[in-house]
Ligand binder design. Structure first.
Ligand code: HEM
Length: 459
């Protein structure tokens, strides 16, 4: 008999189920309680394994080859899946929520936002934001570096989006909205949609924050439309975009792209910046090499886009931070029954891939918890299999902001590192907090003027 439903097909394929499912809840409890241990541990049960969110079966790909089979065919066999689908009411149909042909159209239309010329302009915005953020620092001061870096990422992105009109109200509305959106994302992914309709304080707060953010973005779009000039920022690029038939993007489409870029372009680099500061700060030998390189390459002048290839050690530090402190979970949905490795995934099934899982697997990364930028030296990196290192995913839906993000991490670190050494406060435990991303639980650090360091023989 031909199988008719996803559940029917599922029973016919021998996909190992991860032990530890609860009655009715399946693996929701371990997934919410200790996702950073639970997901990596699934790899020991097979290249493709099955867990359950309640009654919903979910496949997890745990091997680099399986990851590539999932990601590289991209929009032919798979749509977005549950995580980004849950974001449609908030984001609209922007590039991160659509699939297939519509995704290809939007990806083409968004290319002008990330040209070399535009990236060079965004680099200056990032440099200025970093200089402003550090202008009031005092030698020996203690700072909540996670907050500082989240604010910096917010400023860098909102000013890149709308260079001249990002008032503090607009920026605050976007920051608050995006925080609400990402904080509850894991919960919304694993719980049924009906839970979102309950008028709980959390759900009410969420709806208010969304409404405020939508209004702020509408106001900025209408100001730009009226002015009608290219200000060298993302919104100007979006307003200038023309499809093959000469049509531009509607306000609604632009709104969706702005929301999407704000969601994808603030939290992830904010968290990554915090981790960069933390790893450099707690690894003195890494700090010495980073500072030496910044001094040699820049010789006291501010960093530019074109300096980045010369900051090669810093590049390896960033690659290593993006390995160790990387996003936890993304999803796809199979459009039709599809074979991955040894197993057949039924049409309609949800599939998880996890950069965190892949990057913490000792088969591909020796001593995976060790922070070691030199694993990215070409002679060492060539042993890492394709599909094992995926901080920005791969294939059709891979991160369109990859250059923007790595540039931001490098420029901000170069600005800070030229003048300041950051050190973790002794005795404070910094844990990894999982949303869809992995953020530091707290990040108190002290900042030290580097000239003072040099005088006392420390860098
Ligand atoms: C360290 C920072 C970042 C990391 C680790 C990261 C990671 C990722 C990953 C893994 C995906 C694929 C998601 C999936 O498979 O469904 C993605 C998609 C995306 N990212 Fe990033 N990202 C970062 C920064 C940024 C920035 C700064 C921007 C924008 C300026 C951005 C814009 C996007 C967009 C628009 C997508 C959807 C692309 C598409 O579907 O075509 N990201 N990102």
């Amino acid at each position: 008999m031909t199988p008719r439903t996803a559940a029917d097909l599922m029973r016919r394929t021998a996909v190992p189920e991860v032990p530890g499912a609860w009655p009715l809840l399946g693996h929701i409890v371990p997934m919410l309680r200790r996702p950073l241990e639970f997901l990596p541990a699934t790899a020991e049960f097979g290249r493709v394994v099955q867990v359950r969110f309640g009654r919903m079966p979910v496949y997890v790909v745990t091997h680099p080859e399986a990851v590539r089979e999932l990601l590289v065919p991209g929009d032919i066999d798979f749509t977005r899946g549950r995580i980004f689908e849950k974001l449609v009411p908030a984001l609209g149909n922007g590039i991160a929520t659509v699939s297939g042909a519509e995704h290809r159209r939007q990806r083409r239309l968004l290319q002008p936002v990330f040209t070399r010329e535009r990236l060079t302009a965004y680099a200056s915005i990032m440099r200025e934001a970093a200089e402003e953020a550090t202008a009031s620092w005092q030698d020996g001061q203690r700072l909540a570096v996670d907050d500082v870096m989240n604010d910096l990422a917010l400023t860098a992105l909102t000013r890149s989006l709308f260079k001249f009109t990002a008032s503090s109200d607009t920026a605050e509305a976007i920051k608050d909205g995006m925080q609400q959106l990402t904080n509850g994302l894991l919960l919304r992914t694993v719980l049924p949609t009906s839970w979102e309709r309950i008028p709980s304080p959390g759900n009410i707060r969420f709806r208010r924050a969304m409404a405020r953010m939508h209004r702020a973005i509408d106001d900025v779009i209408s100001t730009y439309r009226t002015a009608g000039e290219d200000r060298g920022d993302v919104l100007s690029a979006l307003l200038a975009v023309r499809d093959t038939d000469g049509t531009g993007l509607s306000d609604e489409e632009i709104h969706a792209q702005v929301m999407t870029l704000a969601l994808t372009g603030i939290e992830a680099p904010g968290a990554a910046l915090g981790w960069v500061m933390y790893e450099i700060g707690r690894n003195p030998e890494v700090a010495v090499r980073v500072h030496d390189e910044i001094d040699t390459v820049l010789d006291g002048r501010p960093p530019h886009f074109d300096d980045l290839p010369d900051l090669s050690y810093l590049g390896r530090v960033i690659d290593e931070v993006l390995r160790l402190r990387t996003p936890l979970v993304f999803m796809r949905r199979a459009l039709s029954a599809v074979r991955i490795g040894e197993v057949t995934i039924p049409a309609g099934a949800e599939i998880v891939y996890s950069p965190y899982l892949m990057h913490h697997d000792a088969r591909w990364f020796h001593d995976p918890l060790r922070f070691d930028p030199d694993r990215w030296l070409p002679q060492n990196a060539r042993h890492i299999p394709k599909g094992a290192y995926i901080p920005f995913a791969a294939g059709a839906y891979q991160c369109i902001g990859k250059m923007f993000a790595t540039m931001e991490l490098a420029i901000v670190t170069a600005v800070l590192g030229a003048r300041w050494a950051l050190r973790p406060v002794p005795g404070v435990t910094v844990r990894e907090l999982a949303t869809a991303l992995v953020r530091p639980s707290q990040l108190p650090m002290t900042v030290h003027r580097r000239s003072d360091d040099l005088r006392s023989g420390r860098k």
